[in-house]
Design a protein around this ligand. Structure first.
Ligand code: TYD
Ligand code: MG
Length: 422
């Protein structure tokens, strides 16, 4: 049979090219060089600190504190002997210096600063300073001079990001790119930015509250979904190593509609206060407003409450929020949210020493959640004595975790409501 001819590109000889392949076992997986900042909450979100050659996209609403956080991080790294460069296209050098004075510290004075909107200038500055770590504030305010498209356009964003990443990789620089958030809550510009970088961090919080959450939604160099907590004070951002206490500080006692839940995003357990207010709808169709939760989740829980627990809630407005302007993505707050709604609807407070967590399924069943032990331990640490949780998750608990706390297993949402509201 005549052999089939293939083009040189697809030929087994690869057009004369020989590649050296390795067995996975022979590849040296040497740990990437990390630069811990010493700011524990930031390092935690990054899985230990920024990595040489790693590029981090930091997104967040305007005024949330991104520039402040980054300047503090650079100052901390400079203090540890690293060479740090801050490139700003947002503010003048004088404005940055003014903020820096507020933050204080001596190390901050050794951070190199350049105010520019030019990508070429940024590249030259990086080559000149030879920094270990660079902050670009913001990626939307640098533009490549040879591209005619305007600053902040998709073309400019791609160009600036890919050229800066290239520089970071070649020169083993840990690089932070600050990115604006659009009204829709995503980092402005194409999703492609998130694919290009190694790590995506978001800085969240409600501007009417002091605390801020930093969260990794993607991390090639560490666990994703890890969170760090800060508080904005006059001297900049202060770490909050024990956030549960802060989140519960203003919790009302014996008020209906307020329930404490234990979340665990990343590996960190956090206690939060879930609030619901149910009131007869006055104008036309009932309103359902969720802040800090997924709106769809609220709609699903209301349907389950109505169909499986007999709560006649259809003609009521329902407002649900996480106290303090928090935001939670995990299903483990379902049960607390549903109980808070029932508590407000029936005007029955739940006991002040009670914590509730679990996922609620469409059939009204309570489903197990990960990290039950950590949630229980956090609740105990904060002095809570009773926990309503999924039956299946109770099987993971050791005697030590059960010690000194009353564990009330729930199989259904209806059961959980009875346990919590009596
Ligand atoms: P900033 O870091 O400029 O936010 P971003 O870069 O995300 O836009 O911080 C903005 C707000 O933080 C500003 O309204 C003032 C406040 N702030 C403080 O409360 N304390 C401080 O020490 C600093 C530097 C800022
Ligand atoms: Mg800023």
């Amino acid at each position: 049979m005549k052999p089939t001819t293939v083009s040189s590109r697809g030929s087994p000889q690869g057009g004369g090219r020989t590649l050296k392949l390795e067995r996975i076992a022979d590849v040296r997986a040497d740990d990437a060089r990390r630069y811990p900042t010493g700011i524990g909450e930031l390092d935690r979100a990054l899985g230990g600190g920024p990595v040489a050659g790693g590029v981090i996209l930091l997104g967040g609403d305007p005024g949330i504190g991104k520039s402040t956080l980054m300047m503090q991080a650079l100052a901390a790294l400079a203090h540890r002997g690293h060479r740090a460069l801050y490139l700003t296209g947002e503010e003048s050098a004088a404005q940055v210096a003014l903020r820096t004075r507020r933050i204080g510290g001596e190390a901050i004075e050794s951070v190199q600063l350049l105010a520019t909107n030019s990508l070429e200038d940024a590249e030259v500055a990086i080559m000149q300073v030879e920094p270990d770590v660079v902050v670009v504030d913001s990626i939307q305010t640098v533009r490549a001079e040879e591209l005619s498209s305007p600053m902040g356009s998709v073309g400019q964003l791609r160009e600036a990001t890919s050229r800066l990443i290239d520089l970071a990789k070649r020169r083993h620089i840990a690089m932070f790119l600050i990115g604006h958030i659009t009204k829709e809550g995503t980092i402005a510009g194409p999703k492609v930015l998130e694919h290009l970088v190694d790590t995506v961090l978001s800085f969240e919080g409600d501007r009417s509250h002091a605390f801020r959450l930093i969260r990794a939604s993607k991390n090639r160099f560490g666990p994703a979904q890890e969170v760090g907590v800060f508080e904005m004070v006059r001297e900049g951002l202060r770490e909050v190593p024990d956030p549960s206490a802060l989140f519960l500080a203003e919790r009302p006692r014996n008020a209906s509609g307020s329930v404490v839940s234990a979340t665990a995003e990343g590996t960190r357990p956090l206690l939060v206060e879930v609030q619901a207010l149910v009131a007869p709808a006055v104008y036309g169709s009932a309103r359902r407003v969720a802040s800090g939760f997924d709106q769809h989740r609220l709609a699903i829980l209301l349907a389950v409450l109505e169909r499986k627990c007999g709560l006649q809630i259809g003609d009521h407005d329902v407002f649900a929020s996480l106290a303090g302007g928090m935001r939670v993505d995990e299903r483990a707050v379902d049960l607390a949210l549903a109980v808070a709604i029932a508590s407000s609807f029936r005007n029955q407070p739940s006991p002040a020493d009670l914590v509730i967590f679990g996922e609620v399924g469409l059939a009204g069943e309570v489903r197990s959640v990960p990290r039950a032990s950590q949630r229980v331990l956090e609740a105990k640490k904060l002095g809570f004595s009773t926990i309503v949780m999924p039956l299946l998750s109770t099987e993971q608990l050791s005697d030590y975790e059960r010690d000194g706390v009353r564990i009330l297993p729930a199989r259904t949402l209806e059961e959980a409501i009875d346990l919590a509201l009596g």
